[in-house]
Design a protein around this ligand. Structure first.
Ligand code: APR
Ligand code: PHB
Length: 389
């Protein structure tokens, strides 16, 4: 088989890239390790930045997002046993976030591509990159017991944090990573949210977040010990602890849990985002701690940028467009790390419960909410105001 762009990974990054390349008439094929059902069922963070929503609308994939997404024009910040509403819309001059599950966006993209007759090839295995020159490469893989070869001019790794492309590009170079000494336990449950807007809690015992997926479904997270396992957290223990961190005035009536997840808090940036005709986008290039829900938004920004680079290279003869993508993707990855770590640091308590550290955190939070300039700057980066390419 022959194509122009071979895409490894059919998560949101690979699907969006394929959709946009199709729109430009650039031949591409997506190879995905898992089944369609598995990809559709994967539950991840669910908040889209302002710029991401505007972009998804502009490229024509936001019909369901507009109908079912939950606008977050403000957010609640709770500390010192008091909840303060932060008016994101007013502080940013009109920008805000939207709650829309990553799996919903993934399903939308899969169904748009399926209707257009261009679905990923699912359930491939033993994917391997072969690069012979800057204009010629191949992806070798197995499917249904046979070996296949996809000859292509470019390879884009959208294969996430554990894919093969990240390893291929990184070979021999030191990795840039940071691991935190705590994790998150998250529950998806049929519990109506306590508020239409997200509530972030800083408590000396740890962070808590009340998010949602719909008016009937909540997504709630708690900071827990780094090596905790899901079986350490019964629903009962989770909600008792959640209620302690939220404060007694919140009347919590949890419904049945439908999904549970343990999230390790870590950040990673690939040693390089592009070499010759091989690039990475999305989680293959960077992962961030989920505190500011930036992961999917960074992936969307990568794709917007990369599609612009392909257009410049293939239609406008701009020979260095992919190198330029490599550089801007690297800057974006570090900016995303910076925003995610800042929010992580602001809202998590030290695992040893050090009272000095606790007072520093509270003072930091006081300083944030009492200084309009600081708060505006925080809100601008939280909502992701900047327009995408
Ligand atoms: N061959 C083929 N496919 C692969 C391989 C491989 N060797 N390795 C991984 N994949 C597939 C995975 O099965 C998955 O479907 O690549 C896809 C990567 O998808 P994601 O992990 O969702 O990454 P991405 O599409 O970049 O999405 C970024 O995911 O983790 C969140 O916070 C992150 O929201 C962000 C989003
Ligand atoms: C989520 O709904 O999963 C979510 C929302 C906001 C965050 C993190 C996670 O900051």
């Amino acid at each position: 088989m022959q194509t122009t762009v071979g895409i490894i990974g059919g998560g949101p990054t690979g699907l969006l890239l394929s959709y946009l390349l199709d729109g430009l008439g650039i031949d591409n094929e997506v190879l995905e390790r898992r089944s369609r059902a598995h990809v559709e069922a994967r539950v991840r963070a669910g908040q889209l930045d302002h710029a991401s929503v505007m972009y998804l609308r502009r490229i024509g994939v936001a019909a369901r997002l507009d109908a079912e997404g939950l606008p977050q024009k403000g957010m609640n910040l709770r500390f010192r046993d008091r909840t303060r509403r932060i008016d994101l819309e007013a502080l940013t001059g009109g920008a805000y976030c939207t709650i829309y599950g990553q799996s919903a966006l993934t399903k939308d993209l899969i169904s748009i591509q399926t209707e257009a007759g261009h679905s990923p090839t699912y359930e491939v295995s033993d994917v391997c990159l072969e690069v012979s020159s800057d204009t010629s490469a191949a992806i070798v893989y197995r499917k249904d017991g046979g070996e296949h070869r996809l000859n292509c001019r470019f390879i884009v790794g959208c294969d996430g944090a554990h894919g093969v492309t990240r390893a291929f590009l990184n070979s021999g170079t030191p990795q840039s990573a940071r691991h935190l000494p705590f994790s998150w336990i998250g529950l998806l449950s049929d519990t109506p949210p306590i508020s239409r807007e997200l509530t972030y809690v800083y408590h000396p015992e740890g962070f808590a977040l009340w998010s949602m997926r719909s008016p009937a479904v909540s997504r709630t997270y708690l900071q827990c010990a780094r090596d905790d396992r899901l079986e350490d957290w019964s629903d009962d223990r989770f909600w008792t602890e959640f209620s302690r961190r939220m404060g007694p005035e919140t009347d919590i009536r949890p419904g049945p849990t439908t999904e549970r997840v343990m999230v390790r808090m870590q950040g990673y940036v690939a040693a390089c985002m592009q070499r010759g005709n091989v690039m990475v986008a999305g989680d293959a290039g960077h992962i961030v701690p989920p505190s500011a829900a930036k992961g999917l938004n960074m992936a969307i920004a990568d794709v917007a940028d990369l599609v612009g680079a392909f257009k410049a290279l293939l239609f406008e003869d701009q020979g260095d467009a992919l190198e330029a993508y490599g550089r801007s993707a690297m800057r974006r990855a570090w900016l995303g790390q910076y925003l995610s770590w800042r929010m992580t640091d602001l809202l998590h308590s030290p695992p040893d419960g050090n009272p000095f550290e606790n007072e520093i955190k509270l003072t930091q939070l006081d300083a944030l909410v009492s200084c309009p300039g600081r708060l505006r700057e925080f809100c601008d980066s939280y909502v992701g105001k900047e327009a995408l390419a």
